[in-house]
Design a binder for this molecule. Structure first.
Ligand SMILES: Nc1ncnc2c1ncn2[C@@H]1O[C@H](COP(=O)(O)OP(=O)(O)OP(=O)(O)O)[C@@H](O)[C@H]1O
Length: 367
């Protein structure tokens, strides 16, 4: 799968800009704040229907304008595919594929597989468990539509059950029969999601460990563990056991919406005991494992976006990462960096075919 061209209208700092891409490697270079990350984000937007960096649609529209349009032309399995996303202030965002509007965004997820590696990934280590669940959900959803639809159904029932618990508390009442209907549904959907998460991690964890091993030259031991109460007890039992607590809290305190991933280095949490370079290596290994997993499942080479990844890594690690990307027989690569020379030196090692696109105050310049 190749992204051949991209046009942006009023997207973040760009008024109107067009790009033609190389089939292998494209590097966006330029000073801080020229919009390198914004171009990568526009490409991300075309795959996921939203920004990776700022999920509030109206804030992705250029200041003092009313709408944005992102227009991408792809070739996938030898067919041209045109994907257009547009958003107008105060209106629902629209995604069209070859002129036809999608009924729901979830139908589009997975059609244009993509992996992004960015400094913003550090949230996976520093933030709460919902960030790590979103990561797992994002990876599985790209190759499993049923997972995403089951997850949406599950989330809806959790919200309904929470409203019911609130209603019980406010009105000083209780209705075991209605609650039981929700419990049964949560149990059904929750078990499917738990099974799929566990199956995914069984494949994913060894790939991740091997990627980290390569990046760190095998000197450091890391682990990734799935933490879910459903691994020992069925959700139905857990819901019954926690009924009093849930009634008191007025929300559902157990279920797959509480699952987490434990990240460790040498047996200690990486958040507290990993250096900045080790944390960055950990995140890159996670994302490269994601790339590998999606490629295996979908049989398509995902687009790989590398946003400012050379920062804070020593030369050896950068070399190992580039070698990993090379060995994995990647598809199309998009890189952003402030240093044109450094980028060119690195990409020349991977491919003879590449394009350096210099962003600045004017039209992009091909170096
Ligand atoms: N909605 C918007 N309207 C106008 N400008 C915006 C909007 N959202 C973001 N920007 C601008 O985009 C610029 C940031 O672009 P981006 O993050 O892509 O820069 P960059 O080239 O990757 O920089 P760095 O090298 O510092 O990472 C900022 O100047 C910011 O003000």
């Amino acid at each position: 799968m190749i992204l051949k061209s991209l046009s942006l209208l009023n997207y973040k700092n760009f008024e109107s800009i067009n790009f033609e891409f190389d089939d292998k490697i494209n590097c966006f270079v330029g000073n801080n704040g020229v919009g390198k990350t914004n171009v990568l984000d526009a490409i991300y937007h075309l795959s996921f229907g939203k920004s990776y960096f700022n999920p509030i649609t109206s804030q992705n529209i250029k200041h003092n304008t009313d709408f944005f349009v992102i227009d991408g032309l792809y070739t996938k399995e030898e067919r041209d595919e045109k994907v257009v996303i547009s958003a107008k202030r105060g209106q629902k965002k629209v995604i069209k594929r070859n002129g036809k509007t999608y009924d729901t965004f979830s139908q589009h997820i997975g059609f244009l597989p993509l992996v992004i590696i960015s400094p913003a990934d550090r949230d996976l280590i520093t933030e709460g468990s919902d960030t790590r669940r979103k990561f797992i959900d994002g990876v599985i959803s790209q190759s499993d539509q049923k997972y995403l639809t089951t997850l949406l159904k599950y989330s809806k029932i959790v919200a309904q059950r929470n409203s019911l618990l609130k209603y019980f508390a406010v009105n000083n009442t209780f209705d075991a029969t209605t609650l039981e209907v929700y419990n049964q549904q949560l149990n059904e959907y929750g078990s499917i999601i738990h099974e799929k998460r566990a199956a995914f991690l069984e494949i994913f964890i060894p790939i991740f460990i091997s990627r980290y091993h390569t990046i760190s030259s095998g000197h450091e031991k890391v682990s990734l563990t799935y933490q879910s109460k459903l691994s020992e007890t069925s959700l139905l039992t857990l819901l019954q056991q926690n009924l009093d607590k849930d009634r008191m809290l007025q929300y559902t305190s157990v279920g797959i919406h509480k699952d987490d991933l434990l990240f460790e280095i040498e047996g200690y949490p990486i958040k507290k005991f990993g250096s900045q370079g080790q944390q960055k290596s950990f995140l890159i290994a996670l994302k490269l494992a994601q790339f590998d997993f999606i490629k295996r499942q979908s049989k398509v080479n995902p687009l790989l976006l590398l946003d400012d990844i050379f920062d804070k890594l020593d030369e050896k690690r950068v070399e190992h990462i580039i070698k990993l990307v090379d060995d994995q027989n990647f598809g199309q690569l998009f890189i952003s960096d402030t240093h044109a020379d450094r980028t060119e030196e690195v990409v020349r090692k991977i491919s003879q075919s590449y394009k350096i696109i210099k962003l600045g105050d004017h039209e992009p310049e091909n170096l």
